[in-house]
Design a binder for this molecule. Sequence first.
Ligand SMILES: Cc1ncc(COP(=O)(O)O)c(C=O)c1O
Length: 398
Amino acid sequence: MKLRGISAKEVLRELEERLVSDMSYHSGRILGSMCTLPHPLARKIFSRYLEKNLGDPGLFPATFQLEREVISMLGELLGNSNASGIITSGGTEANISAMRIARNVSRKNGRKGKTIIVPESAHASFDKAADLLDVKIIKARLDEEYRVDVDDVQEKVTSDTFAIVGIAGTTALGTVDPIEALSDIAEDKGIYLHVDAAFGGFVLPFLEKAGFRVPSFDFRNEGVCSITVDPHKMGMAPIPAGGLLLRDEKLFIENSFEIPYLAGGKYNHPIILGTRSGATVIATWALLNHLGVEGYTKIVKRCMRNTRILERGIQKIDGLRLPVKPTMNIIGILSDIVDVCKLDLELRKKGWALGKFPEFLRIVVMPHVKKRHIIEFLSELESAVQILLASRTLTSSI
Ligand SMILES: Cc1ncc(COP(=O)(O)O)c(C=O)c1O
């Protein structure tokens, strides 16, 4: 650290220079992220209320009330306006917290609470949860549509199982697991069911409003105990804004930690964070009110239109295909003739940042990805495939 500080002007100038190598959403070249540019209104509000701390809600009762309203709006969106909940730092914290609550519920009911069953497609946050909670994670296989195989889940359930997880919008391909069937298993066996709709929670309800056929994934399924839903993904809220909704408020109360020393008066923390951003909650409240169902539906429809353009474009390129038809604005790219790792490298050389999974590449068509970016990308994708095919022909002819 410098002994004597430099002027604010110098700091700003240095930052302008240093940060220039970061990628920008404006470029349209970030194709593999579930985050996006926060909505302009949310940006403005976020910077205005930076000091609000919901780790000490007694000091900020009005912000706390806005959080209650955000939870109620999200609950309504996900089939239960009475749901309880909290805004977290992201999907990871929400998923870990849900697994902790599920483990405690199980042990309180005299069960072993030793294993969770998640789909093979589950986000790494469940591996983190299992590690932190010192429980075993069992991965159920996927069917040919990349959704969890319900029979496999059923077979894997034992008296050690304390939670089953279903995904509504997988990280890799945006597929939706058969939540209705998982809900039946959970109810039948008396096991906690958590739905990770970190991404899909801000897409599926609006797709449904737009007339798309959407599988049932939310609290309308009686076995669903909790749902992760992240405003900082398709909700266009500033980072950090995840969300955890619980059907039964009692579970939050019973599984929280009393913090006695707070200036605003003692309060119980139900999640991992202590000090946490109130600004993000206020910004989320503002967006939900400003955009409303109609505004979010428009955004989701636009992303879906662009997804269809991309889908058709990929299908026209020789040698490429989709692993599965997109359910939402996430699309995979598979190839039987070129190595997708090499394809990824070729695209990175041209400045495109996609997601890379073992078998395929993946694009998330977020609101910052415009039609013009997709047209440009498709043309560079085609030439990247040709470069790889040409180098293959050259190597085999030597
Ligand atoms: C389905 C799903 N759940 C959870 C997460 C974790 O969210 P975060 O990165 O906000 O912690 C992600 C992130 O991509 C995700 O795709």
